[in-house]
Design a protein around this ligand. Structure first.
Ligand code: GCW
Length: 675
């Protein structure tokens, strides 16, 4: 008999349906579509022995494939079979066609799980795929960092309260956490940090006592989806929790306090992954307090975690946040490299340094951090921000995959050529201890991310981090196909909103990488001089003659010298510095002519006028999709597009007026600039 899967093209066209079976108020995002079959079909799972992950597969199969039953025979419609570890590693999978349907091969239950979601995706969202289809993750650690606080708030969260905590208790909604784990596993995430890196007093106690029982419950749910649990710890915990006089990492009693603490954590949570530490940054305590360095701090914790296979993820986001704005020599962009590059090779092999994509702080446009490629003997994780702190608060549309891809593909030019994605793997002495993390964007909102379209960032992060070859466009289309029932033409229109949205957001907020002209502390909306005379080290230096930060060796802060020779010369020299990074590296007159042929001032005017027009186009496209979208999604983004429009207009008018007043140069196209 012809297997139903042999007619997959027809299945894809006819039988996808939005379903209510996954009851409840939650939006199941890209997993809403079931592959429906007219006949009962079966799957076979060669699981050797039952594990939490194989149990998950049993629960998931009927959610993804309608009317499917487990069978005792490998001659099933979908057969999970042992695969070749040498080719697939521990998490990869291979899907092949069989007489009866498909076989999914992998060397581990986690690989089966990813293969199951992979097959579902192939059948619901991807166009023609040749079989066998083989997929092995490009990075080992694929992680989501939560900046969730015990009181239920989320630092830089724009989708409601925390799914983990509520009013200083554990929310305890395990079904919700399970649903979240499912979303993450379906795009290949295998690690989650469950609390904010700013560890306040209450969370400092997470490392002991009753909290551990609750954390164990979370960790068990995540583990059933192949996800490891990490905790952020407070470097001063030995004082706060342990009642010691100091947290000096070289003090033996501090080290033994941590040893004891870690031992108890592993007694409670045997497969606990490790700690994430933000030290000596923005008020968090750290080794500098005791005149020690960051390797002293990280290694002391690593010694405690080592015997259990635990790791210490140590963040490089360390800088002086009490800078004098009048000191033009000081440059915050330099800090991470100045502190961590000299320590390369001095960390134990269960320490991983976590490095933000850019040298400052998740702006819509920054150069790539010079630590990539420069660190040659240290395990490393690249940190992105999925939550839209500086990129529109999940009100403005901003699909971030193009930006992440740019970073990962960036050639650091250390040696002949070394891209960031290669540097992560190749410069980490223990490759399985390297990867990519993203600060998460979900909360209690029914659609998880507040903005429906912001789901595409969570989805895209997972997909890209697993498979670096995917294009930002392909990922956007996949997400759209899995999330809505649209014709190919409409799918293309919606995907085009996503794939252009980063350049649009950049157009009306951040000319030529100048950065930080946003409202202080909230980081949304325009306030051009909001940070100009403040302590945070982010200045644009606009005056009547020009704008931008001089970071050259010749006349500026010498930040350019932190790059490889080739990149250094490119950025140092005004004539070779790329337009989009110009004001990050140079202070130039408004009349400076860009490679594009425009003057800086005209570029500012043009992009700000254009940005507003593009948002107007988005509104029109969204209206044109109205009848093809579910009402909730339609209204959700309609409202946000109104907010985005207001935001873009206020950026346009304030930025244009500000620079017109400074420069006195009119718009050559004579458009309306308020005087
Ligand atoms: O982007 C900044 C944020 C802080 C955040 C910090 C960090 C968790 O404004 O809210 O703190 O970065 O990455 O540590």
């Amino acid at each position: 008999m012809e297997s139903i899967f042999m007619r997959k093209r027809r299945i894809r066209n006819e039988a996808l349906w939005r379903t209510e079976i996954m009851h409840g108020r939650r939006d199941f995002c890209w997993l809403t579509k079931q592959v429906q079959n007219k006949n009962i079909i079966t799957y076979y799972l060669d699981d050797g022995k039952k594990t939490a992950v194989t149990e998950t597969i049993e629960r998931e199969m009927p959610l993804l494939f309608k009317e499917i039953r487990r069978s005792g025979s490998p001659d099933a419609s979908i057969a999970f079979l042992p695969g070749d570890e040498a080719a697939l590693g521990t998490e990869g999978y291979r899907i092949g066609e069989t007489e009866a349907g498909y076989k999914i091969e992998s060397a581990s239950p986690a690989g089966y799980l990813y293969g199951m979601y992979g097959l579902h995706r192939l059948l619901t969202a991807q166009n023609e795929t040749g079989f066998p289809y083989e997929s092995v993750p490009d990075q080992s650690i694929r992680m989501i960092d939560h900046w969730d606080n015990f009181d239920g708030s989320i630092e830089r969260g724009y989708a409601g309260e925390s799914i983990f905590y509520d009013h200083n208790t554990f929310r305890g909604d395990m079904e919700l956490i399970r649903q979240y784990a499912r979303l993450l596993a379906s795009v290949g995430i295998n690690a989650v940090l469950i609390n904010n890196v700013n560890v306040h007093r209450a969370e400092t106690f997470f490392v002991t006592g009753e909290a551990l029982t609750e954390i164990r419950k979370i960790s068990d749910v995540l583990a059933a989806y192949g996800i490891k649990t990490y905790l952020s710890v407070n470097f001063a915990a030995p004082i706060t929790v342990g009642q010691l006089k100091s947290a000096d990492p070289l003090e033996p009693e501090v080290a033994s306090w941590w040893e004891e603490t870690v031992k108890r954590i592993y007694e409670e949570i045997p497969d606990f992954a490790g700690f994430v530490v933000k030290a000596d940054s923005e008020g968090e305590p750290g080794p500098f307090t005791y005149g020690r360095n960051h390797d002293d701090g990280a290694n002391m914790l690593a010694r405690a975690a080592g015997p259990y296979g635990g790791v210490i993820i140590w963040r490089c986001f360390v800088y002086d946040c009490a800078q004098d704005w009048w000191n033009r020599e000081a440059d915050r962009a330099r800090a991470a490299y100045d502190i961590f590059e000299p320590l390369d090779g001095r960390f134990l092999d269960n320490v991983i340094l976590q490095i933000k994509n850019g040298p400052i702080d998740f702006q819509i446009r920054e150069p790539v951090s010079p630590l990539f490629g420069a660190l040659k003997k240290t395990n490393q994780i690249l940190e992105f921000q999925i939550t839209q702190e500086y990129t529109g608060h999940q009100r403005d549309i901003c699909y971030l995959v193009p930006m992440w891809k740019e970073t990962m593909d960036f050639d650091t030019k250390h040696g002949k050529s070394l891209t960031v994605k290669e540097a992560l793997r190749e410069n980490s002495p223990v490759r399985r201890r390297s990867g990519i993390a993203g600060v998460g964007n979900v909360g209690m909102d029914a659609n998880w991310t507040g903005s429906k379209l912001a789901q595409a960032n969570l989805y895209g992060f997972g997909r890209l981090v697993w498979n670096h070859e995917l294009s930002a466009e392909a990922i956007a289309e996949e997400w759209v196909r899995q999330s809505f029932c649209l014709t190919e033409e409409k799918c293309g229109k919606l995907a085009a909103i996503l794939t252009t949205s980063r350049e649009v957001y950049e157009a009306y907020t951040c000319p030529l990488s100048v950065g930080f002209m946003c409202k202080p502390s909230i980081h949304y909306g325009v306030d051009i001089d909001g940070y100009e005379y403040d302590r945070w080290g982010t200045y644009h230096y606009a005056d009547r003659d020009g704008v931008g930060r001089d970071r050259t060796v010749k006349t500026g802060t010498s930040y350019t010298r932190q790059y490889s020779d080739a990149r250094f010369s490119e950025y140092e020299d005004l004539s070779s510095c790329p337009d989009e990074l110009l004001l990050f590296f140079h202070h130039v007159p408004y009349t400076h002519v860009l490679h594009s042929g425009k003057t800086v001032i005209q570029h500012i005017y043009d992009t700000h006028f254009e940005g507003v027009e593009r948002v107007r186009e988005y509104q029109a496209v969204w209206e044109s999709l109205k009848d093809s979208l579910d009402e909730e999604s339609y209204l959700n983004m309609k409202e946000r597009l109104v907010w985005q429009m207001e935001n873009a207009v206020s950026w346009r008018d304030q930025v244009n007026t500000y620079f017109y007043r400074k420069s006195g140069i009119p718009d050559e196209k004579g458009r309306k600039i308020y005087q």
